[in-house]
Structures are given as C-alpha cells and as structure tokens.
Design a protein around this ligand. Structure first.
Ligand code: 1HE
Length: 266
C-alpha cells in the first residue's frame, strides 16, 4: 500500500507509488524505475486508492515518474498470461481508474519525461495539465506488439489527436518528441531540460490558488459538455454558471479584483 507522507518530509516507504502532501499539493511519483514505471496491477490499485479518497486538504495532484521516464505503459509481463475475459475486465478496470483521475474532482498536473508510452500515455491523457521535458517520447506501440489500446486511448488520445492521426500513430508505431507533442496537444507546456517537475509544481500552485468549486466544475463539466449536443451543452454551461457565480468564492473573487488584491478562497 502506498504511504502518504507528511508535509515537507521525504517519502521513505518503497511502494510502486509514493505520495507526499505539501501545501495542499499531493506529489504522486511512480516508483518502478527499473521497469521504466510500467503500470502493474499494484500500481494501478494504488492510483485508484488515492484518487478514490484524496486526503483532506489536498487541492491538486502532481503526477510524475522516476528514473527519467514517466511510464512505459502496461506491465507486459503481467499481460501475456491473461485470457480474454480477464483482459476485458482489466481494461474496464483501467477505464474506471482513468475516469476517477479525470473526473474525481482534483485537478491533476503531470510532469512528463522519457517514455510516455501506451498505458503511460493513457495515464498522462487523464491528467488535466501536461508539462513535457524535452526528453519526452510519446508513443502508442500497441499496434506493433500485436495488441490494442485498453486504458482509454481510443477516447482520450483519439480526441486530442483526432482518429486519423491516431490510426497512423498506431499502425506505424510512430514516436513523437516533446515539441511535436506540444504542437499536437499531447503536452500543454514544454519545459527547460530537467525542468518539467518544477514547472508542473508552479502550475499546480497556481491551480491550488483557484476557488475549489470553480476547479471542480471546470474538470467535471467541460469534457462532459463535449459529449453533448450543442443545445444540451449550452444548457449545462448555464447551470454551471449559476452554481459557480452564486458562490461565496465568486463574490470574493470579484471583490478582490475590484479591490486590486489577491482573492482568499474558502
Ligand atoms: C517493461 C516495460 C513494460 C520496460 N512492461 N516491463 N509499452 C511498450 O511497449 C513499451 C515497452 N518498453 C520499451 O519500449 C522500452 O523499455 C523503453 C523505450 C520504455 C525504455 O528503453 P530502455 O532501453 O531504457 O529500457 P529496457 O532495457 O527496454 O527496459 C528496462 C527494463 O524495464 C527491462 O526489464 P529487465 O528485467 O530486463 O531489466 C524491461 O523488460 C522493463 N520494461 N517497459 C514490462 N511496458 C491498458 S492497455 C495499455 C497497453 C500498453 O500500455 S502496451 C505497453 C506499451
């Protein structure tokens, strides 16, 4: 089980996911550097457990890898021995965990470097803000390994790239570098070499300073509105506006702007 460290203290427990919380930011680090942070069942379970019940006081999660890579995707050594019904259940379980990350209510910032491949790219795509180190390589190698994506890429990566480009990426096993990934929307920021985590932390702090309800609604509403018809989407937008614009934080945000000071959100 992952252990949650206290503010400012180094994490000591050697699990596949380390977590420490500091100033409202939960630092989640994939800790399988010898396996390029390949996502085995234990690691997926530890991610699920965190996002199912984030500790009190956490406003933003910062997700990163260790050993110079974000993640080389599904742990292929576990995958080979699964029969079809188990692969189906496994894939559906990943979907529920990735949905929990995307829609759990916590903004998630991912610091990317090295391999962001297969399931690693699926995990990254469930995050809301992605910062790529220049070493980042984006790839969906499944098509070259005789398998298919199963952790949500058809939907998340398909929507970022469009199906045409995703088909080409999977058929050829094409790798995109950090700059190309930035242009395509796989990353939102390109950091200085070695600077992805610092930049991600700075963005996480900015997001943690927003009104919690506003963050929550942005995360919950925008992807869902994308699934709706135009009319339903506009209606849902008005409901979200009514909810957020009548909150105490909205009053404080507007007052602070007029008084030329930083807002103090609840
Ligand atoms: C792994 C995995 C893994 C590395 N599962 N063990 N993902 C892939 O197809 C990516 C597969 N990995 C690679 O292409 C390369 O490992 C990397 C480009 C990421 C890194 O290369 P390199 O030269 O730095 O490392 P390496 O020597 O290839 O790997 C180091 C070790 O990590 C080695 O184990 P060792 O015991 O021989 O030291 C590798 O076997 C191990 N390793 N990647 C298991 N993925 C829900 S569906 C999602 C579908 C997918 O994600 S498919 C997986 C796609």
């Amino acid at each position: 089980m992952a252990k949650i460290g206290v503010a400012g203290k180094a994490e000591t427990e050697s699990g596949p996911l380390t977590i420490h919380v500091e100033d409202g930011i939960a630092h989640l680090t994939l800790q399988r550097p010898d396996k390029r942070n390949a996502l085995n069942d234990v690691l997926i379970e530890e991610l699920r457990a965190f996002f199912a019940a984030p500790p009190e006081g956490v406003a933003v999660a910062l997700l990163s890898g260790s050993g110079g890579h974000f993640s080389a995707g599904l742990d292929l050594s576990e995958h080979v021995s699964r029969p079809a019904p188990e692969v189906m259940k496994h894939s559906r379980h990943w979907h529920s965990v990735m949905d929990m990350i995307q829609f759990g209510g916590l903004p998630v910032v991912a610091a990317l470097e090295g391999a962001v491949m297969g399931g690693g790219l699926e995990l990254a795509a469930a995050a809301h803000v992605r910062v790529a180190d220049p070493s980042t390589i984006f790839q969906l190698p499944e098509g070259r390994r005789g398998i298919f994506v199963g952790g949500g890429a058809s939907v998340r990566i398909g929507r970022i790239l469009g199906p045409d480009r995703m088909v080409e990426m999977m058929l050829t096993g094409r790798k995109y570098g950090a700059e190309e990934g930035l242009a395509l929307g796989l990353a939102h920021y390109l950091s200085e070499p070695g600077g992805a985590r610092d930049q991600a932390l700075s963005l996480a702090r900015t997001i943690a300073g927003n009104a919690p309800l506003s963050n929550y609604i942005v995360i919950q509403a925008l992807s869902r509105i994308d699934d709706m018809s135009r009319g339903d989407g506009l209606f849902a937008e008005s409901l979200c506006a009514a909810l957020s614009q009548t909150s105490d934080d909205a009053r404080e945000g507007l007052k602070a702007f007029l008084e030329k000071r930083q807002p103090r959100f609840g």
